[in-house]
Design a protein. Sequence first.
Length: 145
Amino acid sequence: MRERAGSSQSSQRQNESANLVVYVVDDDPVIRRALEFLLTTMGYDVVLCASGDDFLERYVPDLPGCVLLDVRMPGMSGFELQALLQRQATELPVIMMSGNVEPEDGHWAATAGVVAIIAKPFDNELLLGHVRAALAERLSVDSAG
């Protein structure tokens, strides 16, 4: 009976997350794969991107979603990508991740329209809570427009 209850909760979560895309932008392949496993288990569609440029090539503006964005990457940093998205008025909620969150990172993130900035390693439930909140924000923007 417990397995059925768990399966029912899993099915309900997957129905809630159907057709929602989470872009994972991180230069670390281990982080990308771990997040892919976690998020697909919850029923989200996941697009893995190894860099900011990779994200820009794969991003589909018409799909509702959010982005998990590493702060420090070679080439275009997470800060630079977020600034570009903000200049383009992209309605894509951003959750930033960093192995070393500095106080100025949090200040910058708050002024740059970032939904949250979380430290690696992160608690899965905390991360999922931020993803759910970001996607709810995106869906409310879509339904208002």
